[in-house]
Ligand binder design. Structure first.
Ligand SMILES: Nc1nc2c(ncn2[C@@H]2O[C@H](COP(=O)(O)OP(=O)(O)OP(=O)(O)O)[C@@H](O)[C@H]2O)c(=O)[nH]1
Ligand SMILES: [Mg+2]
Length: 403
């Protein structure tokens, strides 16, 4: 994996609208930035594997964000694809080409059954490339993929399935749902992939491509915005266990992320920030307000509010974090999600803003997820009517929904 040095400890703007790439020249003291405070390590050490084009791009963004911030949560990052050109455009992650004998490095063209086949055929090479990268320090593995295409959609569930046999740590999926105007093939692909992923992964964190960008952006512009937001928000979640000595018990720990995701099924992540007063007593309303926005308008899966479990991380300067406000927000989140298991904690960061990260576990009772599940069922029925014998090609019937 490429090493980057000399750019740790850079600030990051956390405004609610603009999301900027962290430039090496950016001032650490710029207004509205979070700077990392030196810490001991309670963050979540993860290994990332991106599958397909979106998976590779988002994985690279996440690895770069983590390195630029100096967090050190990402222990290794690998991109796997059947399209050689997409792998060549990545600079910051290791790469593994699959399916060269079938598609000669040109991708599977949105055929997610072929995506499943090429991952299955080359799974030993992929697991081999991971050797030594999923180090003993990794507490979880994330498989990242856009669910609407071919390679990521079909390949990610197969990879998750095999990783589950090899590694003891939880294997999570980070799945990107196609936007509503991406076309019927994308929707059907996503439905089938999602159904299998939810079954195979310990939890599937979903980001809807319609959620984290402004209206009116071009598709490419929107992808850039979404990818940056995923990198920053998920990157903050990984890092959020980092603690300052002496700040005490309220600091969130990586086990709380893992325990929240233990609900299984679908997970969603919300995020919002606001400028805060220097006096924590004046920030009680701010803590409530950022928490509400994170869940109600800032979430990766827009209609997910009920959940089996939740985690509320309040990020900011420890002197500005209002204990009473955080406790009130946590209780509000209990009511709003209908969950009795709402964990809470702080993420001490040097900033003039307060941020809320809300992680939901077991959130699949969302209309949007239900739509994809229905599409998966329809696609399956249509295939059965076609009477194809694809299904016989693979021994593992737990992957049946992709066939
Ligand atoms: N958020 C985001 N979504 C993307 C990006 N690139 C593609 N997507 C979406 O991800 C889904 C899958 O697309 P790709 O990742 O290009 O597909 P693939 O896995 O490479 O599969 P094939 O090209 O068919 O082999 C589609 O819904 C795309 O719209 C990206 O950079 N960011
Ligand atoms: Mg591709």
């Amino acid at each position: 994996m490429a090493e980057r040095t000399g750019i740790a400890l850079k600030g990051i703007t956390i405004g609610t609208t603009a999301v900027q790439t962290v430039a090496a020249s950016e001032s650490d003291t710029a207004t509205g930035t979070f700077n990392r405070i030196p810490l001991h390590e309670r963050d979540m050490k993860v290994a990332l594997i991106g599958v397909g084009q979106a998976g590779g791009k988002v994985t690279e963004r996440l690895a770069r964000f983590d390195a630029d911030m100096g967090f050190g949560a990402v222990q290794g990052a690998l991109a796997v694809n059947s399209a050689e050109a997409d792998l060549q455009s990545l600079e910051f992650v290791d790469t593994q080409l699959i399916g060269a004998d079938r598609v000669n490095g040109h991708g599977v063209g949105g055929d997610n059954e072929l995506g499943t086949e090429v991952m299955q055929s080359d799974i030993q090479q992929v697991l081999g490339s991971l050797d030594g990268r999923v180090t003993s320090s990794a507490e979880a593995i994330f498989v990242v993929a856009g669910l609407g295409g071919g390679t990521g959609s079909g390949g990610a569930p197969v990879l998750v399935h095999h990783l589950q046999q090899v590694y003891d740590v939880p294997v999570y999926a980070l799945g990107i749902l196609p936007g509503r105007n991406e076309g019927a093939l994308y929707q059907a692909n996503a439905g089938r992939s999602l159904k299998t992923l939810i079954r195979e992964a310990d939890s599937t964190l979903l980001v809807d491509n319609d959620a984290w960008h402004e209206q009116g952006e071009s598709v490419e512009g929107a992808f850039e915005t979404i990818n940056e937001r995923i990198a920053k928000r998920v990157g903050l979640l990984f890092a959020s266990g980092e603690a300052v000595d002496g700040v005490g018990e309220s600091v969130v720990d990586s086990s709380e992320v893992i325990n929240t995701l233990r609900a299984g099924g679908v997970a969603a992540l919300g995020y919002a920030t606001e400028v805060a007063s220097e006096d924590s007593a004046e920030n009680i309303r701010t803590a409530m307000s950022v928490s509400r926005q994170a869940l109600l308008t800032g979430t990766s899966l827009p209609d997910a509010t009920t959940a089996d479990s939740a985690l509320l991380v309040i990020a900011g300067d420890p002197d500005r974090i209002p204990r009473k406000g955080v406790e009130r927000a946590r209780r509000w989140l209990e009511d709003e999600t209908g969950s009795m298991q709402v964990r809470g904690g702080d993420f001490p960061l040097d900033s003039d803003r307060l941020g809320a990260l809300v992680l939901l576990g077991g959130a699949e009772r969302s209309d949007r997820v239900q739509q994809f599940m229905n599409r998966a069922r329809e696609a399956k029925r249509a295939r059965e009517e076609e009477q194809t014998d694809h299904a016989a090609a693979f021994a593992d019937d737990r992957l049946e929904d992709l066939f």
